[in-house]
Design a protein around this ligand. Structure first.
Ligand SMILES: Cc1cc2nc3c(=O)[nH]c(=O)nc-3n(C[C@H](O)[C@H](O)[C@H](O)COP(=O)(O)OP(=O)(O)OC[C@H]3O[C@@H](n4cnc5c(N)ncnc54)[C@H](O)[C@@H]3O)c2cc1C
Length: 281
């Protein structure tokens, strides 16, 4: 999985399946035994897969669910495997917005729906009209946005074993929107975040009324290192893999940051990153 995650760590998946299209995906799910664990992955930009890898099946949507089309004056249909950056650029071409924030999320729409990803003041689910999902038997469903409980980086689905195939998203007409605005936003971000290094973005969610980065920095943890992983000196809520880190080192660093911040500030930081898989024995 180190080839499929932005931290470049993680052992092998038992089965890695990148379907060609929806019908191949549905056919695959229909014959899968009911007790096989299923993990969905977009661009792996919010995942820490442990060094022992993943039991069961990984379903990769990138390059498979890639339809993106305008459905009406202000509605866009986007499949789950479409990179958010592409969605942002296409909305600008169509004169729709605000969608520039999607350019700051280096994942797919599927990942953004699962995480309620947000950037620059924008948030994915503010734009969702309805979604299409598929269950572990390969059956498709249509669900209204109101069926999901959505909050900051957190989404509770009405059914557990259902994953996103795509969504209808609504935007406003914004004829003046220009790619220059995206470039300016990304440049601003590059000045404060270690973009280009191996990371998963923000490791922890911000606790109510505060910033995880502020708490980590105040605890003196900038630059703190475990093996080849360290807390970024540029932005304290990022953990960098300098090239040779193992998932176990990153996880150890996450736990160390949690414990130290809790001891010093009495706040338990919650990981935003999804941690999964088996530790190496
Ligand atoms: C440099 C950097 C900057 C970042 N900046 C931001 C930011 O500003 N804001 C922000 O919100 N995030 C940010 N992130 C984190 C990450 O990009 C987002 O969480 C993104 O939405 C994850 O998308 P993905 O396709 O990579 O999902 P993955 O990492 O592949 O998966 C994340 C979760 O989504 C689930 N998932 C993926 N696809 C589906 C699907 N089709 N159906 C159901 N579940 C699915 C996975 O099972 C997993 O639980 C950043 C990451 C990096 C590396």
């Amino acid at each position: 999985m180190s080839r499929h995650t932005s931290w470049h760590v993680g052992g092998p998946a038992e089965v890695f399946f990148n379907p060609r299209d929806r019908s191949e995906l549905a056919a695959f799910l229909r014959v899968l035994a009911p007790d096989v664990p299923i993990h969905w992955i977009g661009l792996g930009s919010n995942l820490l897969v442990r060094d022992g890898g993943l039991k069961g099946v990984v379903i990769a949507t990138q390059g498979a669910l890639d339809r993106l089309e305008r459905r009406s004056e202000t509605t866009v249909f986007c499949e789950a495997g479409v990179p958010c950056a592409l969605l942002a650029r296409q909305c600008i071409k169509w004169g729709l917005g605000p969608a520039e924030f999607f350019a700051g999320i280096p994942g797919t729409l599927g990942g953004a729906l699962a995480m309620n990803a947000g950037a620059f003041g924008g948030e994915t689910w503010r734009h969702v009209v309805d979604v299409q999902t598929i269950d572990r038997h390969g059956k498709e469903h249509a669900r209204a946005a109101a069926e999901y409980q959505v909050s900051y980086r957190h989404v509770v689905a009405p059914e557990r074993d259902e994953w996103f195939l795509g969504a209808n998203l609504t935007f406003e007409r914004q004829p003046g929107a220009h790619e220059d605005e995206v470039r300016a936003l990304l440049a601003r971000r590059k000045a404060s975040q270690p973009i280009g290094e191996w990371s998963c973005g923000s490791v922890f969610t911000n606790p109510p009324g505060d910033h995880a980065a502020r708490l980590i920095e105040a605890a003196g943890l900038k630059g703190y290192r475990v093996g080849d992983a360290s807390v970024s000196v540029k932005h304290a809520n990022f953990i960098i893999n300098h090239g040779q880190a193992r998932a176990a080192e990153i996880e150890q660093l996450i736990e160390y940051v949690q414990t130290t911040v809790e001891r010093q500030h009495s706040v338990r930081l919650q990981p935003e990153v999804r941690i999964l898989g088996e530790a190496l024995r």
